[in-house]
Design a protein around this ligand. Structure first.
Ligand code: GDP
Ligand code: IMO
Ligand code: MG
Length: 456
């Protein structure tokens, strides 16, 4: 039987034989990769693995606050706005409407990565940008810096943002005064007038903010012809991708569940939805097209910036994880705070995202430990609390109950099958699966593409 003019589904003995990932009515299913902690779990590496035979690779939210590392043939690429899967020379990369784009940043990132190795020379021919994506202006980035200074002066602490303009641009979007890619490509006179209004609003809010309006407009104009061939109506692009011939579509989440504007450790969060709902709103796609949802979990926990961190270790363990794990931010170069794996938090992320499987990364970093602690419950005033607290003051006060597991004290970096892992490492993995009731599909034991153990 032919459906949609293209897809075929067999009916045998009255039974519809639906071959996943394409389902007759719904169209293609999309595979989603999401961060399950506070970011930097190794999403870039997991995406790279899955993108090797992907047709379309997408980003649906966030901006160049993200920093995703991909290591291929010992060359390290860092992606911030571009979907990391663009590294597959056959893939089309799509930046959806939910993403906020700093145009100079986008070109700089692409050109820098293109110089590093083969395959990215034609990046601009393979990139599609949604016309509904909002633009990050230089003054949004400057305002981000001023907001941080004000927080420090007025409240004694800032948020530790990446200063990429994320808060200010999503604020402009929500206030309905933002400007989008479609506006830049339509009438430049009209765009310039709206730009001036927005710039003046920012000057009024932040008197010390310096904006060279004419210079920034001139710079923006220089991008018009460069991006014109890349810009499409994102809704129609996605619809065709979902309902045309069978295609492998991959979505790369940026940031992570605990940084989500709604579900994260507010106010110490980013300004977009980094959980599964952001995939639909950030691409213009119905929820029934969401297929596998892979949660990326680091074998311990890290956090960049400010905010509660119940399993943080401010002692030699935290130091060891930081040093061995080379825990420095890809976007800002800041040292990441480190601590034990917190399964209360990962379970909470799973409740929101419905992970179908997990990628457990950086197991090799734990190779030298005699024993490993895992956070399994929180108590408050001596009583176990059966939820992840919304309020930061409460979260700051919880005491973590730990399960202590034996370490394996063996180098795992060359292990390539689950069977070959030390028994204690297998137990660690099985403990995580049992606690979360989610299977672990991959285990990371090194930076490179090859250092990933696949379980099923
Ligand atoms: P992302 O933001 O989630 O993509 O993660 P980042 O790229 O910011 O940080 C993850 C870091 O860990 C990068 O430097 C990766 O190269 C590295 N990495 C990823 N997986 C593994 C792993 O299994 N073992 C080791 N040793 N490093 C890994
Ligand atoms: P990836 O995709 C880690 C953190 C910042 C700060 C807070 C708000 O690489 O995992 P923002 O600039 O978004 O307003 O900063 O969120 N943050 C991240 N931390 N990884 C990220 O992305 C992050 N994106 C934002 O450090 O605490
Ligand atoms: Mg990162």
């Amino acid at each position: 039987m032919a459906l949609n003019g293209t897809a075929t589904v067999e009916i045998i003995n009255g039974e519809l034989l639906d071959s996943s990932p394409r389902s007759a009515d719904i169209g293609n299913k999309v595979t989603v990769v999401l961060g399950a902690q506070w970011g930097d779990e190794g999403k870039g590496k997991v995406v790279d693995l899955l993108a090797q035979d992907a047709d379309i690779v997408c980003r649906c939210q966030g901006g160049n606050n993200a920093g995703h590392t991909v290591v291929v043939d010992s060359v390290e690429y860092d992606f911030h706005l571009l979907p990391s899967g663009i590294i597959n020379p056959k893939a089309i990369a799509f930046i959806g409407n939910g993403v906020v784009i700093h145009l100079p940043g986008l070109f700089e990132e692409a050109e820098k990565n293109a110089k590093k190795g083969k395959g990215l020379e034609d990046w601009d021919k393979r990139l599609i940008i949604s016309d509904r994506a909002h633009i990050v202006f230089d003054f949004h980035q400057a305002a981000d810096g001023i907001q941080e200074q004000q927080r420090q002066q007025q409240a004694g602490k800032n948020l530790g943002t990446t200063k990429k303009g994320i808060g200010p641009v999503y604020s402009s979007k929500a206030a309905r005064s933002g400007l989008r890619i479609c506006d830049l490509l339509a009438d430049f006179q009209d765009f310039s007038e709206r730009f001036k209004v927005l710039a003046n609003q920012h000057k009024a809010m932040y008197p010390t903010l310096e904006i060279n309006v004419e210079e920034e407009l001139e710079k923006l104009k220089s991008y018009v012809n460069r991006i014109k061939p890349m810009v499409k109506d994102g809704v129609y692009f996605m619809y065709e991708a979902l309902h045309g011939p069978q295609k492998k579509i991959l979505v790369e989440g940026a940031n992570a569940a605990l940084l989500d504007i709604d579900f994260g450790t507010y106010p110490f969060v980013t300004s977009s939805n980094c959980t599964v709902g952001g995939v639909c709103t950030g691409l213009g796609m119905p929820p029934q097209n969401v297929g596998e949802v892979y949660g990326v979990v680091k074998a311990y926990t890290t956090r960049v910036g400010i905010g509660a961190f119940p399993t943080e270790q401010s002692d030699e363990i935290g130091q060891l994880l930081q040093t061995r794990g080379k825990e420095f931010g890809v976007t800002t170069g800041r040292k990441r705070r480190c601590g034990w794996l917190d399964l209360v938090l990962v379970k909470y992320a799973h409740m929101i995202n419905g992970f179908t499987a997990l990628a457990l990364t950086k197991l090799d970093i734990l190779d030298v430990l005699e024993e490993i602690k895992v956070g399994v419950a929180y108590t408050l005033d001596g009583k176990t609390i059966p939820y992840f607290p919304a309020n930061q003051e409460v979260l700051n006060k919880v005491e973590v109950q730990y399960e202590i597991l034996p370490g394996w004290n063996t180098d795992t970096s060359n292990v390539r099958t689950f069977e070959d892992l030390p028994e204690e490492a297998k137990k660690y993995v099985r403990f995580i699966e049992n606690y979360l009731s989610v299977p672990v599909k991959w285990i990371g034991v090194g930076k490179s593409r090859e250092s990933m153990i696949q379980l099923f």
